[in-house]
Design a protein around this ligand. Structure first.
Ligand SMILES: NC(=O)CC[C@H](N)C(=O)O
Length: 329
């Protein structure tokens, strides 16, 4: 009986793999509808037509397709990690006193609501204003110590020290005028707990952590399992914090396209301007569903749309969600 079910699993997974290969080949060409994140000079020359994906299941099954092993920088996907780290280091209520959990409907780097809504508390940790504030809240009285706290969390989750892409970091450090403006505003309104340059250094370094789709699929899987690590078999993130992070991903993770994502894809996801998407499917109540025990999904496709989300990656995720009925709703 066990043999039969193993054979069935192998059959189903090879079917999923061939579906994925077909969709990756198809959606690659849609990259021409987007552009690389050219406001960060070092991201300008990414190969537009790259598209790769890793899906990880709790039992260890991995399905990979396309350019799954191309390294890219976390960019805004790091906002999920730094939010978790700040909650671990300072406590949930301390963090939420300084950053809200409301979607904005504005661009990720928008400054407008800080001034329009007094007293100027950033709306959520997934937009730049919130993430720069969160960076300043990380424990430690220097950027070095704050980053070390974040790197330790990364190491606990992925089993390795993060690698920083120095070129991307330098490139953004030199051109990050809008982020500097946000940080100065937040300093004036007393939401920033460190000096402007220190918070920016932490924020831009976390954005420059290099990963592959396999890494972010594992992060997604850990969140899918409410913070339980399938390899170390430890609760690496408290359940309450993991649930909060997932709610933020669903409501704010794709910026001002989060509503469309929830409506037409329906899984918590977080994007970054380098073209990464970390998504996850929680364990399902419906027994007929594929990935019934949940899964983590990592996608990379560097051409992004007007919202800052991977064009081909979003289409691929939509196709998967619809064909495999992955929506949580
Ligand atoms: N959406 C993103 O990925 C933005 C991250 C980028 N480092 C920025 O601050 O602009």
């Amino acid at each position: 009986m066990e043999e039969l079910s193993k054979e069935y699993d192998i059959h189903v997974n090879s079917q999923r793999k061939s579906d994925l290969d077909e969709w990756v080949a198809h959606y690659r060409s849609f990259a021409i509808e987007g552009q690389t994140a050219n406001y960060i000079p070092a991201l300008r020359n990414a190969h537009l037509s790259q598209l790769g994906i890793t899906i990880l299941e709790p039992g260890g099954t991995m399905i990979k397709s396309g350019d799954w092993d191309v390294p890219f920088t976390l960019q805004s996907i790091s906002k999920v990690l730094s939010f978790i780290a700040a909650c671990l280091g300072r406590g949930i209520s301390y963090v939420l006193d300084r950053v809200d959990v409301e979607p904005t409907g504005d661009a990720f780097n928008s400054i407008i609501r800080l001034e329009m809504h007094k007293p100027g508390k950033p709306f959520n940790p997934m937009i730049n204003a919130g993430a720069i504030t969160v960076a300043s809240l990380l424990p430690g009285d220097s950027s070095h110590k704050k980053l070390e706290f974040l790197y330790e969390l990364f190491e606990n989750l992925l089993g390795k020290r993060p690698t920083i892409n120095e070129e991307v970091y330098q490139s953004e450090w030199q051109t990050s005028h809008r982020n500097r403006a946000l940080a100065h505003y937040l300093k004036e309104t007393n939401y920033l707990e460190s000096e402007v340059e220190e918070a920016l250094e932490v924020y831009l370094m976390q954005c420059s952590i290099e990963v592959t789709t396999e890494d972010i699929a594992l992060l997604g899987l850990i969140l899918a399992q409410d913070g339980y690590h399938p390899v170390s078999k430890e609760q690496v993130i408290p359940k309450k914090v993991a649930k909060l992070a997932k709610a933020l991903m669903l409501t704010c993770g794709m910026y001002n396209a989060s509503g469309k994502f929830a409506a037409f894809i329906g899984v918590p996801a977080k994007s970054g301007v380098s073209g990464g998407i970390m998504a996850l499917v929680p364990p399902s109540a419906r027994s007929e569903m594929p990935f019934q025990d949940g899964c983590g999904i990592g996608i990379y496709g560097p051409a992004i749309d007007e919202y800052g989300n991977s064009v081909a990656g979003s289409l691929l995720l939509k196709q998967m969600a619809q064909e495999w009925d992955l929506s949580i709703f």
